[in-house]
Design a protein around this ligand. Structure first.
Ligand code: 13P
Ligand code: SF4
Length: 310
């Protein structure tokens, strides 16, 4: 049996198990092509959080990193949420712990604390609002405060500061995502542009501010997908994790779409694969579990934040 047949058989098996258990697979835009293909829904963090609420199923299999699976679990106390590799974590989230949130709150008692969804439950529980890259600008613009505490991504903080004229204090001062800061650099962007001089450049707000400035569009992964349909031109360079280009090519088969850097790979996202999804559906493990008190605290913050950006 060649590799293609093997992958097709695994996909069939996964779909069979989904039917058997009334399970749906929610996959982030950075998942590998075969995981995107087998998923029921593929999207950015905001879309997947919303989907997790609406979905009619008994089981959610989350193909993404652990904070995303946690969000799905918080919003679905009555569903089983499986995260096929529990140590598929987001290194950006590691920059912010609960102690740091509390310390900055004490220092700036009047400033609301807005936490990026790329953070762990312990940090979220002490925040006032939770945003994704797609909702940060809208929610923060609507807050009745001129100074906002925001963490853990300093580059997204800077993007919002520039667009809103509010003072956004990054917490901690130097939190970043290695994929966006070190693998989508000025060098990668200029090299890609040299090779494809007519291409439009789209980047995620987690890239450095000076690299946001040289792009034609800055937005969340799904906002970038929509922008490809709206911008003029037929060639696009995508400045984020490489897998978004696969998704974009599926949506726009007539356009030429390339990653700014094909080696911009989020190693944790790529820990999820067809085999561990299948095993997870067979064993119902690993299951996402958060304590009740923590779940209730975060659900309250999350629901009011989602409501504000509806
Ligand atoms: P999106 O919310 O834009 O999908 O991004 C999530 C993420 O992890 C970016 O690195
Ligand atoms: Fe986290 Fe960066 Fe991976 Fe996104 S790409 S999940 S921010 S490490």
């Amino acid at each position: 049996m060649d590799n293609e047949d093997y992958v097709e058989r695994l996909k069939k098996k996964v779909r069979m198990l989904c039917e058997k258990h009334r399970a749906v697979i929610l996959a982030h835009n950075y998942q590998s092509p075969e995981v995107q293909d087998v998923a029921d829904y593929v999207g950015d963090s905001l879309e997947l959080a919303r989907k997790a609420v609406d979905v009619d199923a008994d089981v959610i299999v989350f193909a993404g990193v652990s904070f995303m699976a946690e969000v799905a679990a918080v919003l679905n106390e009555n569903k089983t949420v499986l995260h096929p590799v529990s140590d598929a974590r987001c290194p950006l989230a590691d920059f912010l712990d609960a102690q740091t949130v509390k310390k900055f709150r004490r220092k700036y008692p009047r400033a609301p604390f807005v936490v990026y969804v790329n953070s762990y439950a312990e940090a979220k529980a002490y925040a006032d609002y939770i945003v994704t890259s797609a909702s940060a600008l809208k929610l923060i613009s609507e807050l009745d405060a001129e100074t906002i505490l925001f963490g853990p991504d300093k580059n997204l903080a800077s993007y919002v500061a520039k667009k809103t004229d509010k003072e956004i204090i990054p917490v901690p001062p130097r939190g970043y995502c290695y994929v966006h800061e070190y693998l989508i650099t000025r060098y990668h962007i200029e090299k890609a542009r040299d090779e494809k001089p007519t291409a439009k450049i789209l980047v995620h707000p987690e890239v450095l501010p000076e690299n946001q400035e040289i792009a034609d569009f800055v937005g969340s992964t799904s906002q970038m997908l929509r922008a490809i349909g709206e911008l003029d031109g037929d060639t696009f360079l995508i400045g984020t994790e490489e897998a978004l280009s696969y998704r974009a090519r599926r949506i726009y088969p007539d356009k030429m779409i390339f990653p700014v850097n094909p080696r911009a790979i989020c190693a944790d996202m790529k820990k999820i694969n067809l085999l561990n999804i299948m095993r997870s559906l067979e064993t119902f493990k690993p299951r996402v579990f958060l304590e009740k008190e923590m779940t209730e605290k975060i659900r309250f913050i999350l629901e009011r934040s989602l409501e504000m950006v509806r």
